[in-house]
Design a protein around this ligand. Structure first.
Ligand SMILES: Cc1ncc(COP(=O)(O)O)c(C=O)c1O
Length: 256
């Protein structure tokens, strides 16, 4: 059954002050700006209204409920046991990826990505002064995009400091299967490469596809690779309400 999402009239949407609605003249809709048009979910709106009504907008404190909420969701959705105490909140996924890169790689070291990929991956690598190595995706006989594990091995032979994995992969929509991820993990161990797994799109896979959290494809306790996941409040809905967490740097250093 298809349930239409309630979306405001175009004229009302055009009154929004966000980049999606103000960057270009009316008539051009930049689909590259992935802001949602439907209203903010009621429970989120309520918490925000309540906080603003009390001017409760100071610097955030660590919230143990956050780790518990992430763990509950991961368990219910993927059967993935997450330890709540190991969950760290970041301002948004991009800040998290750049922060992890900074923590695990020094300027001049190499970082691998698999294009075509969400363009800011290139920017994060440049931001930390790392050298970019591309291990592009490949298309199989039916035109399906997937990780090129041979290209990845070649890239890892250079002993890069990190690999930023996009799982599921934006923009091709590929949900990497467990077998592929196990090879990624095995290669990472073999060549001593940190894997930063950007799993922002994990809750959005199509019916029939099974998302595998990278940490569930690691033998042992999964202590090697690092992980970045979606923040509790989706940045794309509340992009204008972000605050920089001063705790991030220290937290990443602990992880590294
Ligand atoms: C793979 C990927 N990472 C990060 C982002 C941006 O996330 P955020 O706005 O939380 O930085 C997107 C947005 O589409 C994305 O596709």
């Amino acid at each position: 059954m298809t349930v239409p999402l309630p979306v405001d009239e175009l004229a009302v949407l055009r009154e929004r002050r966000s980049a999606k609605w103000q960057t270009y003249p009316a008539g051009i809709l930049p689909l590259t700006i992935s802001e949602t048009d439907f209203p903010i979910a009621e429970p989120i709106a309520e918490v925000l209204h309540e906080a603003v009504s009390r001017s409760d907008t100071g610097y955030a404190m660590p919230a143990p409920e956050f780790g518990k909420a992430v763990a509950g969701f991961a368990d219910a959705r993927w059967g993935w046991p997450v330890e709540p105490g190991r969950v760290t909140a970041v301002t948004d996924v991009s800040t998290g990826c750049a922060g992890l890169l900074r923590a695990c790689c020094r300027p001049g070291e190499a970082v691998v990505i698999s294009p075509p990929v969400y363009p800011p991956f290139f920017d994060w690598v440049a931001e930390v002064g790392a050298e970019l190595i591309e291990a592009p995706l490949r298309q199989d006989g039916s035109g399906m995009w997937q990780l090129d594990l041979d290209a990845l091995r070649d890239a890892f032979r250079v002993r890069p400091a990190a690999y930023i994995l996009c799982s599921p992969h934006n923009p091709v929509g590929r949900v990497h299967d467990r077998g592929e991820l196990e090879v990624v993990v095995q290669l990472a161990h073999e060549y001593g490469v940190r894997v930063i797994s950007n799993e922002i799109h994990a809750p959005l896979v199509l019916e029939g596809a099974a998302f595998t959290p990278l940490l569930t494809s690691i033998p042992g306790d999964g202590a090697g690779p690092l992980l970045v996941r979606r923040p509790a409040v989706p940045g794309r809905i509340l992009a204008g309400r972000r605050r920089v967490s001063r705790r991030c740097r220290g937290d990443f250093n602990e992880l590294a």
